[in-house]
Design a binder for this molecule. Structure first.
Ligand code: PXL
Length: 291
């Protein structure tokens, strides 16, 4: 056995309460045997989705010095994973980070965190969309939710549902912007209202994938961060893309079911701590198919 542990540079905010961003990403990837090296973008008292207020310390000005030290001590990463970015300047910093630390062998993942349920998060205005488009051009894989995918494609108001043909069109158009792998989460199912889909396109193999999941009418902040973390952990463990998507979908459904059953306050996020252990259990692949 060799002691090599893979490292992920995780460029996200730290929100002290509500199980989103780094407080969800670190435990998830650590449980999957991956070392998380956080590059914090901001420190918040709690995430911005559903509380009366939040405190916000912007770390844009300290990020360059932090990164310079990482360069000096010669760090390298098997994956670079960015999420919530608080300013245009931060997007530029991440872009430079990818130019320096990205290479042929590592996986560059950009989760273009901007909004959900048809709306931008309260801390953003629409300039985030054009900046995010520049950043996704440098990614190997992007993981927008349905709302973010529509915004990246230039729509102001995401449609209610899309059929398979439109879905393939969206995936191709997003891949044309740069990323080799495009994953769209929370896509409403046009035929079966009680299901949502995760859809994906793998340009190298020219394959579209679809993983269905029973829709649970509950919105919990942080589920996108946990989803992308499981996909990354699974790919770094050597799984194929559809298996990684299947594992992540199953894990999120399990977390949501665990929380929903307790009528747990949504703004506190899903009951991650109760469920983390199942990430180390043998996987029963539940049902991916080609789109
Ligand atoms: O999970 C996405 C996210 C990340 N960071 C902050 C957020 C949110 C979603 O609300 O508010 C600060």
């Amino acid at each position: 056995m060799n002691g090599k542990i893979k490292k992920v540079a995780a460029i996200h905010d730290l929100s002290g309460f509500g199980r989103s961003s780094l407080t969800a990403i670190i435990p998830t990837l650590s449980t999957m045997g991956v070392q998380v090296c956080p590059l914090p973008t901001a420190i918040l008292s709690n995430h911005t989705g559903g509380f009366e207020s939040y405190s916000y310390i912007d770390l844009t000005d300290s990020m360059s010095e932090y990164i310079d030290v990482w360069k000096k001590i010669n760090l390298d990463f098997e994956c670079i994973y960015s999420g919530f970015l608080g300013s245009t300047k931060q997007i530029e910093i991440v872009s430079d980070f990818i130019d320096y630390f990205g290479n042929e062998d590592n996986l560059i993942v950009v989760d273009p965190v901007m909004g959900d349920n048809g709306e931008l998060y309260s801390s953003f205005d629409t300039t985030i969309i054009s900046e995010m488009k520049k950043l996704i051009a440098k990614a190997d894989m992007i993981t927008p939710n349905f709302t973010e995918a529509a915004f990246l494609l230039g729509m102001d108001n995401p449609p209610k549902t899309i059929n398979d043909e439109t879905a393939r069109d969206w995936l191709l158009k997003l891949s044309d912007m740069g990323p080799k792998i495009v994953v769209i989460t929370s896509v409403p199912n046009a035929e079966k209202e009680e299901y949502t889909n995760v859809l994906a396109y793998d340009r190298k193999n020219n394959i579209f994938w679809k993983v269905g999941c029973r829709y649970i009418p509950a919105f919990y902040p942080g589920t996108g961060d946990i989803f992308t973390s499981v996909v990354i952990g699974s790919l770094l463990q050597g799984d194929s893309l559809p298996v990684a998507l299947d594992r992540a979908t199953q894990f999120i459904s399990q977390c949501i079911k665990a929380s929903y059953g307790f009528n747990y306050p949504k703004r506190e996020g899903v009951l991650l701590e109760k469920e983390l252990g199942i990430l180390n259990m043998p996987v029963l692949i539940s049902g991916y198919e080609m789109l």
